[in-house]
Design a protein. Sequence first.
Lengths: 495, 580
Amino acid sequence: MDEATPPPDAAAVETSQLARPESRSLQRAADVMVPVPFSELFMIAVRQERAGSLDEANRLLSYMLSVAPTQPDALHMSGIVAFRQGRQEEAVAKIERAIANGVDIALYLRNICEVYRTLNRLDDAVAAAKRAVSLAPSDPLCLHNLAVIHYERVEIDESIDCAERALLMSPDLPGAHFARAEALLIKGDWAQGWEEYEWRFRIADAAKLMPTTDKPQWDGKPFDDGVLLLVADQGFGDVIQFSRYIPWVLERCPDVAIACSPEMVPVLRHFLPENRIFFRWESCPPYKAFAALSGLPRLHGTRVDTMLAPIPYLRADPARVATWTERLRRLAPRSHRKVGIVWAGRPTHNNDRRRSSKLADFAPLAALPGVALVSLQKGPSADQAGGYFGRAPLINIGAEVRDYNDTMALLECLDLVVTVDTSVGHLAAAMGKPVWILLATSPDWRWLLQREDSPWYPTVRLFRQTVPRQWSDVFQRVAAALKEGEDSAPHKKPL
Amino acid sequence: MPPAESSRHLMPLVERAVTAHRQGATETAERLCLDVLELAPDRPGALTVLYQIRKDQGNHTAAEALIRRVVSLDPNNFAATNEFALLLLGKGAIQEAEVQARNAVRIAPQNPQAHNLMGMILTEAQRPPVGEFHYRKVIELSGNRDPILLANLAWNLKNQGRMEEGRTLYQESVAAAPDIRQTLLGWARLEEADRKFEAAGEILDKMEAKWPNDPGLLLSRAVLLGRMKRYDDALAVLDDMAKQASNGRLGPNELAEKGRLLDQMGRYDDAFAAFEEGKKLSRELSGNAYLDGAAENLLNRLGGFFTAGRLQTLPRASVRTDVPQPIFVLGFPRSGTTLMEQTLSAHPRIVAGDELPLINDLTGLMPRMLNSPLGYPEALAELWMGDQRAGLDNLRDYYLQKVAQMGILTPEAAWFTDKMPLNETHLGLIALLFPDAPLIHVIRHPLDIMVSAISNHFTHGFFCASALETAAKHYVRVMDLVQKYRAEMALRYLPVRYEDMVTDQEATVRSVLDFVGEPFDPKCLQFHENQRYARTASYAQVTERLYDRSRFRYRHYRKHLEPVIPILQSHIERLGYTVE
């Protein structure tokens, strides 16, 4: 099932407005060196890049640069290809050379700022973006990119200002609307923020919410003469977070079906019978209207101080809890506090660079006596458990976890969960378990700014980075809090 | 076994060969045997005589092939089975020797020599309590107390840490036969291991009066002097040995001892040269080199078999609550596992099991016990069969039964340790058999482990320690496999750094006992007072107070270790160490 992934908060690296293939240096090199004119070769490379044939584009551009090593467009384009292939340092080097050899080309600057941002060179990013804006003051994409960088630098007002200036020039620019939405939401201005947030499905390359339909999007008004189809969109954490609204929806529309990934059944069956949960579009019943789960806060009119927080709204299956209690009793020292940990999210998430840490970052916790770390990590990063040699025992229970039913049961057995911003954090919080969530300097909008608590979840305690992408002081604070027994919830007795 | 009718006419030739061999006419005997075997390759008499000839000629490969053939042609031939078992024992093929010794007992259960074989082999196979049973059976069956047998039993008891009983038997043996070299050497080793240096010295003095240049005596003397910290004297003994040797060179064991003495004296370059020479000589003499392909094959198969997905479908053995449970002390040879075991076994509820060969035995027995056409680990696929669901319980019980037979358990013991090095290779199997068992993995700077590997002879790990590079290669393979196991399984696993044991002893011991689930006992900090005798090469160290001379010892050998640093670098970093 297509799941609408969160629209990219990243500014687009734009290649559609490539500069001047007819430039003289290109022409000269082409005349001298190759039978096919350079400009044509270049356009072929551009087409290959756009078609996603990055290896082929890279091959052509490498050839061109071997002939004309300082040609700015080829350098720039080659840098873009390197960026898309994950060779970020090479991308920066090439685009910087393009900038050095070119003459005030806003496109180069607009693109390099995104590469800088990826590499966490935020000062360079903002400088490049500002220079791009000054070179092309009428280009809304330059302002959009600047808005995204300001967000990452937690300069929220500046971000909103840039997004709004971009929208003045181009009122239907989805990326700028979304940048504004995120900034408004993180700032707590949810009235305006929810409206802007609706633009998320219109961003180019964003996954479609659902197959094209002639049915209307639900407006929040009650009806009882048809099915309301909810779509469990975005990531698993979003589904867990926004599933709290399903009872509110049922009060208005008694006949609700939901389309979701199969993994979400253990969560959604808390609200709907399993025969109203669908994994394939063709199996969904005919419906009168639809709504994205992530759109329900807007329809509900949620504000920071009117949060719908019926915690706990998820509960573990007692039989599974008994099984996992026994399993954990056998694996972990009985005298130890059992701290569940998750160090990384789904690597394909567009914010994963910022939100994920490494198991090695948990070293300050691993040095604490009387603590057993219980890894709930799934996915490719779970391999890191094999290379852990800290003092605290690490129980890699994630290897035995099959689904969210298991995860919920395990969470019931733990004294605390310490996690980066992943679905496990939402799950523990929705169960009312004590959970410490570790956030990037510029976190997802839902965690708001500065505060250590969350209106969404009363048992959550937030630990924020003070320096972008540096986790060391965060984990030091977490370890200190753990050592001092500063658990945010009444402490459970050890198992 | 009667000869086949078709070759009966060759009998006179065989008889002539036997007679010729008995009379010392070796060439005639050899020619006659070859003639007979040319016509009838399965004539046991000719094969046996030819075996004797080849053995006397020092052609061990041919001798082994011949006696193996005799036994396979006539599995009830006691004399040949006995001979074959002794030959296998002599070359260190303990597992195969045990198979033959057991056959000998099956053929002749009332024959003292059959039980003597079992006694010798099981003592060497690190199952001395079972060996003791068979030695005592020899005494019962023979009705006399043969001095050599008593000495063998004494050595067995020494290996069980029963020093006083062993000493008494040595005294009895020597009283009956005062001039048996091996008996005196064994007794001296017992006294030295029991820290009775003076007594050991006196025995060696007596030996010296009779056999002044005996190599065994001289090596024992050097070891004893080394333990007494008289390094110069010890070195002088070894130098004299070299001068007396026909080729002017020391053997592998003597070179290793020389290296250790030089190391103690701070002469690191000389020490490393001695270690290297010893390894080289050992390779030449034994023919043992790292079994690279076999190691790669097994470790790859283990890594490929134990995946999270497959493990979710495999059963686990249930946990017995009626017998003490194992604590697995894991680690590369010489990584500090003996220190860990001595520490743990100082606790009143934990007894030392030492290096139990049982997990390895189970990997060999598994296909038969699970009725599988496949080898280990693939044979575990039988657990999916309805009639093999309890297969792991059977394997577990085999292990526990053998432990009980070894006599290591005490009434108050809740746990026993199994510190067989490189058991971590079989972490997956161990976790299936003993899902509750604590797995204590002793971690140490890989370069320190390499120094230990070069300075000691051990055969674990496919003979990886026959050279420095192969020790490093095997270390990397095993650690990679451990990493994979840990990523794929929820294990009750605790890594413990040797360095922490040395520098932060109490905190480390507390955390380990906490992990095991036992209360702290201060006796564990005084492990050197643990009267238990640790049989492995570390015994001299673990009977001393904790010292940190062995910590980061590699720094003395930095330049010598240069070839293996690139092999180990990523693991050094992963473990949080640096190279200084």
